[in-house]
Design a protein around this ligand. Structure first.
Ligand code: HEM
Ligand SMILES: *[C@@H]1O[C@H](CO)[C@@H](O)[C@H](O)[C@H]1NC(C)=O
Ligand SMILES: *[C@@H]1O[C@H](CO)[C@@H](O)[C@H](O)[C@H]1NC(C)=O
Length: 497
């Protein structure tokens, strides 16, 4: 199946290349040529993006242009140049890229069209409902949902009388709990109360779709990807406006988005469902692997886990809570903010597992200022890419970059992170940058903190004996948090406190 696809895409791309071969102009970045450029470089990139980019950097320097999946992408490899790219608001636009990709991937009509005036701005404005004061309600709701799920599914009826060790697939564990808790928090509960039926199936469809996500982003029509299409249709049917409206206790954020897509007559109900599906995807597709890595890195570093757990217990005590596994615990947003060891270890896990690209599209031909006296000419429509993974893995910025050091960000004794003797303004970028910064980042970090707090407070956690070290699967390189390449088996047991 995918062999045939590859061939098809290859032929298509050859055509594209012959038709629009590019010749380097004055003061443009070096152009990396590739034999079957469309697929050739895309496949190399997918296999080992980081290695591929470092190799090009050695040959061509800090700035170069590559043809990937039919698009000319100029990579900026020097993090000292990042601030100049990120602040280029008008000439370098983020949304023209996401607007051309997201509708095709998720199946709704283009957002910035005359048929839907102000929809784009309205949607952007609604992202505020994920932040600031609104985060308190979301955090509170998430807390209740996580606690409820752990009680019903994992803590047993009579806490304290646990049956000893249970084993599990760590990814599956994180995925089930985080998916359902996030879903309940954002989309609310069934009218009759309790939990939604069919959560597992919804989640499986979402991740089946997600498996095809790299292909869809690369521009392969969904018509050629039957499985992607089937799961997308199923997901849309589950998120039709009528269904969502019947759920109670929906978050303000989702209610606002419903209003926004409801009032646009040019949208059909399936289009509205596609918007809801896109949001559901955004809210879990990166959070779940991020949650997994945060948990895995602590469980595989018991000393770090102990320090993190102790700080949670200490802060609880300071706020007047004597923790016991017999009772439910509530961790307010204020308390979560104080857990610096936990936060640092989550940051460290994000550093090690994130491989998102930050993309900007040149809105006109212009000379892009890079650093000091240096600049490069770019053409209208060119894509400028920051690839923070190469920053996250740079041994000059992060000593021993492959190792997990849970307190790396707490022990910030040097007063920051440096490259070539200069302090870096941007050194950790799992959530993008500037205008394309993830609007759900605070909610995401809070969710992961809550999940880990509960896991650490209620359970003893260990890797199963003989479990080998987890490594990242790079097939989503460029698109967010990477998945583990193999299963991780762990065991858990109720703590006696
Ligand atoms: C660890 C978890 C997460 C990571 C690593 C992450 C990462 C990102 C990144 C890198 C972008 C920018 C995309 C780009 O530059 O092309 C983004 C955008 C976005 N994220 Fe997240 N995200 C996470 C969790 C969430 C959550 C929990 C939500 C919502 C509840 C969310 C909602 C969004 C939305 C709506 C956008 C698009 C923003 C726009 O169109 O301007 N994300 N995310
Ligand atoms: C509804 O959501 C709020 C927080 O948004 C939460 O405190 C409350 O417990 C939820 N109610 C139910 C029945 O889940
Ligand atoms: C973790 O990273 C975020 C930025 O992504 C930063 O604001 C925060 O201060 C970091 N936390 C710690 C403990 O260093």
């Amino acid at each position: 199946m995918s062999g045939l696809l590859l061939l098809l895409v290859g032929v298509l791309s050859l055509l594209v290349c012959v038709l629009r071969r590019r010749i380097r102009r004055d003061n443009e970045p070096p152009l990396v040529a590739g034999w079957i450029p469309f697929v050739g470089k895309a496949v190399e990139f997918g296999r080992d993006a980081q290695g591929f980019l470092l190799q090009q950097k050695k040959k061509f320097g800090d700035v170069f242009t590559v043809l990937i999946a039919g698009k000319y992408m100029t990579f900026i490899m020097d993090p000292l140049m990042y601030p100049n790219i990120i602040k280029h608001g008008r000439q370098l636009d983020f949304h023209s890229f996401s607007d051309s990709v997201a509708p095709v991937v998720f199946g709704y009509p283009p957002v910035r069209s005359w048929k839907t005036p102000s929809l784009h701005e309205d949607i952007q404005r609604a992202f505020k409902l994920l932040q600031g004061d609104h985060l308190c309600a979301l955090t509170e709701g998430m807390m209740g949902n996580l606690m409820m799920l752990l009680r019903q599914d994992h803590l047993g009826r009579r806490p304290g009388a646990g049956p000893g060790w249970k084993s599990g697939d760590m990814y599956e564990f994180c995925s089930r709990v985080m998916f359902e808790a996030t879903f309940l928090t954002l989309y609310g509960i069934p009218q009759e109360g309790g939990r939604h039926d069919g959560m597992d199936e919804l989640r499986k469809d979402l991740f089946q779709f997600d498996g095809w996500f790299p292909w869809l982003v690369a521009g392969v029509p969904i018509g050629l990807l039957r499985q992607a299409k089937t799961s997308r249709n199923k997901l849309m049917r589950s998120l039709l406006p009528m269904r969502i409206s019947s759920w109670s206790n929906r978050s303000q954020f989702i209610r606002r988005r419903q209003e926004l897509v409801e009032k646009v007559d040019a949208l059909k109900d399936v289009d509205r469902a596609a918007h809801h599906f896109a949001m559901l995807w955004a809210s879990v597709a990166n959070t779940i692997p991020a949650c997994f890595w945060s948990m895995y890195n602590l469980v595989s570093h018991p000393d770090a886990l102990q320090v993190v757990r102790q700080q949670i217990l200490d802060e609880l005590k300071l706020s007047g809570v004597q923790f016991s596994t017999d009772t439910d615990v509530t961790l307010s947003r204020d308390l979560l903010d104080k857990l610096l060891y936990l936060e640092s270890s989550i940051n460290e896990s994000l550093r090690l597992s994130s491989a998102s690209m930050n993309i900007r599209v040149a809105q006109e031909d212009f000379s892009l200022h890079l650093k000091n006296e240096r600049s490069a000419n770019v053409r209208k429509g060119d894509i400028i890419v920051l690839y923070p993974q190469s920053l996250h893995m740079d041994p000059e910025v992060y000593e021993d970059p492959q190792t997990f050091q849970f307190d790396r960000y707490v022990q910030d004794s040097k007063g920051g992170f440096f490259k070539g003797g200069q302090r870096l303004k941007y050194y950790l970028m799992p959530f993008g940058s500037g205008s394309s910064m993830c609007p759900g980042r605070h909610f995401a970090v809070n969710e992961i903190k809550q999940f880990l707090c509960l896991m650490l407070l209620y359970f003893n956690l260990e890797l199963e004996p003989g479990q080998t070290r987890a490594t990242v699967d790079s097939s989503r390189a460029g698109l967010g948090i990477l998945f583990p390449s193999a299963k991780v088996h762990f065991r858990y047991r109720l703590r006696c406190v």
